[in-house]
Every structure is written in structure tokens, then in C-alpha cells.
Ligand binder design. Structure first.
Ligand code: IPE
Ligand code: IPE
Ligand code: MG
Length: 250
């Protein structure tokens, strides 16, 4: 029986961020090429996106390719870019069927032209959907993002459009690529690695972290439900005491 019924629908995280890790090891353990794992990872993306949409989650950010991943062997990088182009082309009908709006964060200018073209088309074709916001982090890293934000803020100050004393935490948020999205309340990483790997460093400040040994190509809706149920058992204190938090809740 599904554990879906154990989820408290009133207390869903609005935004879940996922580091989709373990494709290579999944393939290697089967005696296959790493790319085989990446291709299978797409099935997990489809399952999790539809699962999140069915639950009524508003935002999912998926870490699909990091700035550092450009340093992998050319064979793998090229294979991943091909997969990206194929997947976007093929998945738009599924996105539309599930009322999912696609977004992208990251240094998209580094992507091959064909990928950029497919991506722009998919962004356009899903732009009027009103359900789940699916944010793909592509050629993304948090240090890249923060560096870009600092450059943009410095430029505005230099041009006299922004006063130094007016810079606050909201200003910084507005210069990040995640501008307009709420901070993730839950961050999931698959494959048994316990690290953040340059993902949403600013935005995850108070996220609940959930790690699972399941490799990404094996991750399915039930695994997502498990993570959400675990999240719902946590007490989120934001620096306060447990007593203070309980008083507000009751
Ligand atoms: C995650 O799987 C996908 C990307 C980083 C593109 P990996 O390719 O990192 O798989 P492992 O961690 O080597 O098993
Ligand atoms: C993080 O996974 C990036 C993505 C899942 C896209 P990596 O496999 O690149 O991270 P490390 O190298 O294990 O930290
Ligand atoms: Mg990895």
C-alpha cells in the first residue's frame, strides 16, 4: 500500500530541491556505460515531477548539471547535452498535460545552441501553466550565482541606482537567479552522499536536509513521499527554542 495517505496535505513543503545523484554508479553496477544511468534518470524526473504535481507541491528545483560537471570527460558531457536536448523535446507534452511550468536557473549561455533553442521553446510552450513550477538547475552553481549577484549589485551602486545602506537580505535575494521563488523547505540528495555540492547555498539556509542511499534512477514517487513524511516530523525552530515554536503552533 502507498504511504501517500500518511502525508499531511496541510503541511506540504512549498518548495523541494533535489540533488539527483548516483546515475553513474547505478549504471556501473549493472555493467553499463555511465550514460545509460543518465538516460534512466529521466524516468525518475518524470515520476517525481508528476508525483509532486499530483500532491499540489508548488515548486521543485532539480540539480541536473553543475558548473563543475563541465570538467567531466567530453564523452560524458556531450552525452548529457544530447540527453538534455532529447528530453526537453520529448517531455513538453507531459509537462503540459500535468499543468507544469518549466523554469531554468544557471549559466545557460554555456549550453550548446541546440539545447538553448529547445529550452527556450519549452519555456515558451509551458509558460501559461499554473500548477507545479519545475525549475531545472543547468550549468548551475551557487558560487557562480552569488558572484553574478555581487557584480550586478556593485554595478547598480556604481551607477547610483542603489544605495549601500539600502542593501538588505531581500535585495540579495532579488539578484539571485531564484528571484521570485520561495526558499526550499526541504532538500533531498540521493545516492548516499552527504554534501551540498555548490547547490543553492544561500537559499538552503534553513532547509531541512534529507539524505537517502537510493540512487537517482531508482528514486520514485514513494521515495518522495517518504522524504516529505520525514520532513513533516521535524521541528523547524529557525533559531528559536522549542517552547517558543510550540506556542506559535498551538
Ligand atoms: C548525477 O549522477 C548526474 C549528474 C551529476 C549529471 P552522477 O553522474 O554524479 O552519478 P555518480 O555520482 O557518479 O554515481
Ligand atoms: C551534484 O552531483 C550535481 C548534480 C547532481 C547535477 P555531483 O556528482 O557532481 O557532485 P559531487 O562531485 O559528488 O560532489
Ligand atoms: Mg555524482
Amino acid at each position: 500500500m502507498s504511504i501517500k495517505h500518511s502525508i499531511n496535505i496541510q503541511r506540504l513543503p512549498r518548495h523541494i530541491a533535489i540533488i539527483m545523484d548516483g546515475n553513474g554508479r547505478w549504471a556501473t553496477s549493472k555493467g553499463e556505460d555511465r550514460l545509460y544511468g543518465h538516460w534512466h534518470g529521466v524516468e525518475s524526473v518524470r515520476d517525481i515531477a508528476t508525483g509532486a504535481a499530483e500532491l499540489g507541491i508548488k515548486y521543485i528545483t532539480l540539480y541536473a548539471f553543475s558548473t563543475e560537471n563541465w570538467d567531466r570527460p567530453a564523452y560524458e558531457v556531450n552525452g548529457l547535452m544530447e540527453l538534455l536536448i532529447e528530453t526537453i523535446r520529448k517531455e513538453v507534452p507531459t509537462l503540459n498535460k500535468n499543468n507544469i511550468k518549466l523554469h531554468v536557473i544557471g549559466n545557460v549561455s554555456m549550453l550548446p545552441d541546440a539545447a538553448k533553442a529547445e529550452l527556450n521553446e519549452a519555456l515558451q510552450e509551458t509558460s501559461s501553466n499554473t500548477g507545479l513550477n519545475l525549475i531545472m538547475a543547468l550549468s548551475y552553481s551557487s558560487r557562480w550565482e552569488i558572484t553574478e549577484a555581487v557584480k550586478a549589485i556593485a554595478t547598480e551602486v556604481k551607477q547610483g541606482k542603489l544605495q549601500v545602506n539600502d542593501i538588505n537580505q531581500d535585495t540579495i535575494k532579488n539578484y539571485l537567479t531564484t528571484k521570485g521563488y520561495p526558499d526550499p523547505e526541504l532538500m533531498i540528495r540521493t545516492s548516499g552522499e552527504y554534501r551540498i555540492s555548490n547547490f543553492l547555498l544561500y537559499q538552503l539556509a534553513y532547509a531541512e536536509l534529507y539524505f537517502t542511499d537510493t540512487l537517482w534512477p531508482d528514486f520514485r514517487k514513494e521515495d518522495l513521499y517518504k522524504a516529505i513524511i520525514d520532513y513533516q516530523s521535524r521541528e523547524r525552530r529557525f533559531g528559536k527554542t522549542s517552547e517558543q515554536v510550540k506556542k506559535v503552533d498551538s
